[in-house]
Design a protein around this ligand. Structure first.
Ligand code: SAM
Length: 227
């Protein structure tokens, strides 16, 4: 039986470019007892790419509560558990928060193994103010709720940062055109990947581009704040 010194590591993994992994992330993944993964198949492939082989525990969103208990149990045994998601930093529009709260409440050490995060990559290269920003993440799916959320952000001073899927990017641009027609908007597409692209302009200009060429891939959408 190991002593009670379990540690939960939140390990950031690439958001596209597989070179974007830190030396510490690789060491933690090599030395941990267990990798708790959002999608074990995907994370298995990632580990394989770095020549790592580890026991994997699936911890995706809808079973996060049950998996949290299992992870806490492993920490009680003194194990080192690395939590990874499909891409980027755990807990940012991804599973993580619940298990972090549970681990802290149970008295365990939690360490962030910092690394890629789409919001930081998009914001820092956007050209919009970075001094103050407000991360919204994904908007709700329902039109009324989306609209209310956007309206509630009108007075926010800092740059607004959204995550959006390719299926709703045109819809979001239409909504931004209605709520923030005069604001500068940046679409950060396919960050760190081969077809990385930044599209900058007013919502109406970007909407026109989106209608002409169907925009594919993953997006961080940034909207200039009030100052
Ligand atoms: N935890 C991740 C992070 O640290 O950024 C985010 C996970 S969230 C489920 C996935 C969303 O992040 C995508 O829909 C997209 O909005 C954004 N995203 C992830 N990778 C991206 C990339 N390479 N380029 C642009 N946006 C990306």
């Amino acid at each position: 039986m190991k002593c009670l010194n379990g540690i939960l590591y939140l390990v950031a993994t690439p958001i596209g470019n597989l070179e974007d992994i830190t030396l510490r992330a690789l060491r933690v993944l090599r030395e941990c007892d267990l990798v708790a993964a959002e999608d074990t198949r995907r994370s298995g492939q990632l580990l394989k790419h770095y020549n790592l082989s580890k026991p994997l525990l699936s911890s995706f969103l809808f079973n996060e509560a049950r998996r949290s208990e299992e992870i806490i149990e492993r920490l009680r045994r003194g194990e080192k558990v690395a939590l990874v998601t499909d891409a980027g930093s755990p807990g940012i529009s991804d599973p993580g928060e619940r298990v972090v709260i549970a681990a802290i409440a149970a008295g365990f050490r939690v360490e962030a193994v910092a690394g890629p995060c789409a919001l930081v990559a998009g914001l820092t290269a956007s050209g919009l103010p970075t001094e103050e920003f407000h991360f919204v993440g994904f908007l709700p799916h329902k039109s009324g709720q989306r609209r209310n959320k956007l309206e509630s952000l009108k007075a926010t001073e800092g740059t607004l940062v959204f995550y959006e899927s390719p299926y709703r990017i045109e819809k979001l641009l239409g909504e931004l055109n209605e709520v923030f027609p005069e604001r500068e908007v940046v679409l950060a597409r396919e960050l760190t990947k081969k077809f990385e692209e930044f599209l900058r302009g007013k919502p109406a200009e970007l909407l026109e581009i989106a209608k002409k060429r169907s925009l594919k891939g993953e997006f961080v959408v940034l909207v200039a704040g009030t100052k």
